[in-house]
Design a binder for this molecule. Structure first.
Ligand code: WTA
Length: 655
């Protein structure tokens, strides 16, 4: 891999504004300091980047063995104060949020002072609904400023938000509401994406109708966005605008301990039920702020644009908390990359003179395929740093991004991280790191990555090694636990390789020490940067009355990176047309999880490949789907070798 071209830091970047870190040696020195004395390094950083109501005395404690990690222990702070108030005092008229609506003509700008007033009002509304410190609030909303206002209002009073991506179905929403025991749900009448409406309020209603466990929800606050007719449930639903009109526009902040939770975010793992990943306040906020500053080389005049959805971790850290903590202007984009035309992203950059632009490889690949004219038509000269996140970026997409979007003058930052890591952990720094297409390059401050031999757990020293990726030391923004299930936290992340945090990803360190992420080694599928568990999709499929067994695996897809392939066996005497059945199975998955979990292919087969002890050989299905049937390897442990050719034929017939 080291034979690949190395791209030096573009000259334009080294000029004005001067990057915080402008050569590789400085990066290495700082990184070394952060690893050899993390307490000193992060104590200084935490004082520099955050406002503390009460200073911390102990910078860090705990370890991976006991899973009792804590940062800035005695410190008290408030995330909302750090993200809003302090900037409303120093730069009240600076724009905090630019909302770029679904229709390109709908742009709304909110200054820090306006944001503070809205957040205070909303915080007071939550208080009237009896929401106090530690209470959970579910947010199921489209990409509008009110979503950020709701998040910040929770943070202001110490309540814990859990934003649920508005692409999740009523069933998934219900599971999350029940798991965290939320008494209040905040939603909007409808969302809008690419000219289409998303019935957020209706989905909330449905979620609350399923079973009795949702009786805990006392109130639903509804923001009017599209203005269409919706059902309001008496004594339960209240309008956002009416409630805010009544509320006082000042609300004192509730300082919380650094280790008090800021939010829960549900994410898919290897087993069926999603886990509520818990992020705490001080460490998370520091990670968010420092990575926006150093990985995106953010300067005060910049216009920062992250295209992710607020329902995922990227939206939390790189639309809301990171940029606002630094007092930045952050763009909130409601639409899609191709609406109304494939120039939409680039028109947005041109219109707002965006300096940092952050998106996912899937979007880059889709836009590349649609032709250069869409990007060539726009003036992108304001850009300095362009980022990629969520899945491995292939070299061709990287080069197109670098040449066409960045005009060879921007730093491409391929940022590797996870919901659990809180903020970026491996990435180039714009002014310092020479890049290689497809490599996330080197660790961020405080991150000590190791590559382990998967079966023995032995640390693979030196360069030119491949294995699984783990992290050797705790860092401030890492998740602390899984909500109500610390056992699962330990089992998933800290037990597999004792003494290390296990990422679940495979990685290579090449001859020059550059890190390449090779994708998940567990049962997580990454479709367009959306994380899904095979077990979750299998559970959805077997809910269908005709299905006996299901096995879900990841196929390769040029556009979405990975895609979902499902093999199902049927219960005896099922007489439905296969085509009809496949349609209803797809519907079943959409209904149980959400539209984004739709399988690309479903194969109805007579049997699944199994070992003699009954374990499904998913590895074999993976080979068959990805045209590697000739490499199936040893089949001697199989219960019935004869079924292989049936499976190969089933896949061939379907394609
Ligand atoms: C994958 C998203 C390669 C990885 C922030 C990880 C990546 C999972 C990259 C986390 C990257 C994220 N290169 N793979 N730059 N960034 N991933 O929790 O498999 O939604 O484990 O967080 O996305 O997904 P999550």
């Amino acid at each position: 891999m080291s034979k690949e071209i190395i791209y030096p830091v573009p000259q334009k970047l080294l000029q004005d504004p001067k990057p915080y870190i402008n050569n590789f040696d400085d990066y290495k020195t700082l990184w070394q300091e952060s690893i050899s004395d993390p307490s000193q390094f992060f104590a200084k950083a935490a004082k520099e980047h955050l406002y503390w109501n009460r200073p911390f005395e102990t910078t860090m404690s705990g370890d991976f063995k006991d899973g009792n990690i804590a940062w800035f222990l005695e410190g008290e702070l408030n995330a909302c104060y750090n993200c809003v108030d302090r900037h409303a005092i120093t730069t009240p008229d600076k724009v905090a949020i630019i909302h770029e609506g679904d229709d390109p003509k709908d742009t709304r700008k909110i200054t820090y002072n306006e944001l503070l007033l809205q957040v205070c009002r909303m915080a007071n509304v939550l208080k009237t609904l009896d929401i106090c410190k530690g209470d959970k609030v579910i947010i199921y909303m489209p990409m509008i400023p009110e979503t950020m206002i709701a998040m910040l209002a929770c943070a202001r009073i110490g309540a814990v938000h859990s934003v649920v991506f508005a692409g999740f179905s009523a069933d998934s929403l219900r599971d999350r509401i029940v798991d965290c025991g939320a008494r209040v749900v905040i939603t909007a009448d409808e969302g809008k994406r690419g000219g289409r409406f998303v019935a957020t309020k209706r989905i909330v209603d449905e979620a609350l109708e399923i079973g009795q466990d949702t009786d805990i929800v006392e109130r639903v606050v509804v923001c009017k966005h599209t203005g269409s007719d919706i059902n309001m449930v008496e004594h339960r639903d209240i309008w956002w605008h009416e409630a805010l009109d009544q509320a006082r526009p000042f609300c004192p902040v509730v300082p919380v301990n650094s280790e008090d939770p800021l939010f829960l975010l549900y994410t898919s793992g290897s087993t069926g039920t999603p886990k509520g990943v818990v992020h705490t306040t001080g460490g998370y906020l520091l990670g968010a702020a420092m990575t926006v500053k150093y990985v995106f080389d953010y300067h005060p005049e910049d216009i920062y644009a992250c295209m992710a959805d607020l329902g995922w971790i990227t939206g939390h850290t790189y639309i809301t908390y990171g940029p606002l903590c630094l007092g930045a202007t952050t763009i909130l984009f409601e639409s899609t990359p191709t609406y109304p035309t494939p120039s939409r992203f680039w028109e947005l950059v041109d219109k707002h003179k965006v300096t940092q632009f952050y998106t996912a490889p899937t979007a880059i690949r889709a836009l590349k395929r649609l032709g250069d004219e869409w990007v060539d038509a726009c003036d992108l000269s304001s850009l300095r740093v362009i980022g990629s996140v969520g899945e491995p970026i292939n070299a061709e997409a990287w080069q197109w991004y670098y040449e066409k979007v960045g005009r060879g003058q921007c730093a491409v930052v391929d940022t590797y991280w996870q919901t659990e890591t809180g903020s970026i952990i491996i990435s180039p720094l714009p002014g310092a790191t020479p890049t290689k297409p497809g490599s996330a390059t080197f660790p961020f401050f405080g991150i000590e990555p190791v590559i382990l031999e998967p079966t023995t757990g032995e640390v693979l020293q030196g360069n030119a090694v491949t294995g699984v990726l783990a992290i050797a030391k705790p860092w401030p923004s890492m998740a602390r636990t899984v909500y109500n299930n610390h056992h699962r936290f330990m089992e998933t992340y800290l037990k597999p390789y004792p003494g290390y945090y296990f990422t679940g990803d495979g990685a290579t360190r090449d001859e020059d020490g550059y890190i390449y992420i090779n994708g998940r080694v567990d049962d997580v599928i990454n479709v367009s940067g959306h994380r899904l568990s095979t077990a979750e999709i299998e559970s959805a499929l077997i809910l269908h009355l005709d299905v006996a067994e299901a096995a879900v695996i990841a196929g390769h897809d040029e556009l979405t990176g990975q895609c979902i392939h499902a093999f199902c066996t049927l219960k005896p005497l099922v007489g439905v047309e296969p085509e009809q059945l496949i349609k209803s199975l797809i519907l079943q998955v959409r209904k149980t999880i959400g539209p984004f979990a739709k399988p690309k292919a479903i194969y109805i087969v007579q049997d699944l490949p199994k070992t003699r002890s009954g374990k499904i050989l998913r590895r074999m299905l993976r080979k068959i789907v990805n045209n590697e049937s000739d490499q199936i390897g040893d089949t001697s442990t199989m219960a019935d070798e004869g079924i292989i050719h049936h499976l190969i034929n089933a896949v061939k017939e379907a394609t």
